[in-house]
Design a protein around this ligand. Sequence first.
Ligand code: SF4
Length: 414
Amino acid sequence: MAQSTKSRAGRHLSQIMTDGYMELHTRASQGAFCVWIAINVPAEIFAGFENVIYAVPESHSAMCAGKGIGAVMCEKAEKLGYSMDLCSYARIDIGNTTDNGKDSPTFGLPKPDLLVSNNNNCALLAKWFDVHHREWSVPHNVMDIPFCYTPQQEKDHRYIISQIKDLIKLIERLSGQEFDAERFNTAVHHSWRGLKEWKRFLHCARQCPSPITAFDSFVHMAPFLTLRGTPVMADHFKLLADEAEDKSATGQLPVPGEKFRLFWDNIAPWHQLRKMSKRLAELDANIVGASYTSCMGTVEGSFALYDWDEKDPFDYIARTMNAYMCPHGLELRHSSMKEAISELTIDGIIFASNRSCKPYSITQMDQQKRISEHLGIPATMIEVDHADVRKYSEANAFLRIEALLETIEAHRKN
Ligand code: SF4
């Protein structure tokens, strides 16, 4: 029998993700109230109810892409008339529902009783969830979260808290269950503990050479989406951070000849993780950080963990509802990337222009110009699609990445 090459944290991740999806299906079949959410929706809310479960279609789509079946699932949606220009997460999810998750590694997701999206990542999300709303006559609640060009304003903060409280009332009404503030508080503390461990893990990349790669962070971020607010997630991130520190202490390096330290901007190319990391390692290049995974638990303009005073959980989840990059204007994105370049001793940046995620990609050209002009850091732009392999060319991407490495070398010589 082949030996598993996964580390302890890797094996633990597989186990908790499998258990999580199995529990989701089991509890749904036993009558739990099921909510489908967008990734920005604070899932700790559901822990405040005795029998409310949640599923994250974006995360499920990413998993399908990682397993190599993204394009097959996209095609199912395209056959219904959905354009190839739509986000591949949406196409995979819609495709998946056409045959009750026949090809899904998790047998799809249990049917929802409520859909909750938000509009600060992108407008498409609300339209995508509306497809299910129409198809299944399931209520759809859209959280209206203001886009930000400056740190979150007090009026926006209050507005978000009021919507979270409205959502709780809606779930109480639809599920017939009562919200327990103490359970919710405990869940938020689990998330907070987990995110501190997550940062400890990411900080290991500050070491040169780094004991971790951004690919590790792409793979291991999944529990933050599907097991948020649980001790399982917090414990997993602790295990991950301990393992990374151990690798650092014992010199176990993913790119032993690390010569180029790179930073990745945009969502992970789920269908390429293994191939891309292997090929980069052969070039002595390590992507040591990524905006996509550095922003978890942060607020706009910085990748530092948001320093919660552990008092009001509503205050905390509302304040961090803009953690992801899409709702941030150019200045805020630049400020956090500048911080990462310095802390991680970055030699070059890969801007991955993502055919699916227009809101993430829209400012990248300006950002690339700024980084090169203001900070003198070489950068390149490659074309990817995070979940649809048909829109990615390995040859073209590596042509540019190799040119970037040559530019970095030339910079050094100068
Ligand atoms: S377009 Fe981007 S933000 Fe919108 S659903 Fe797709 S990946 Fe998420």
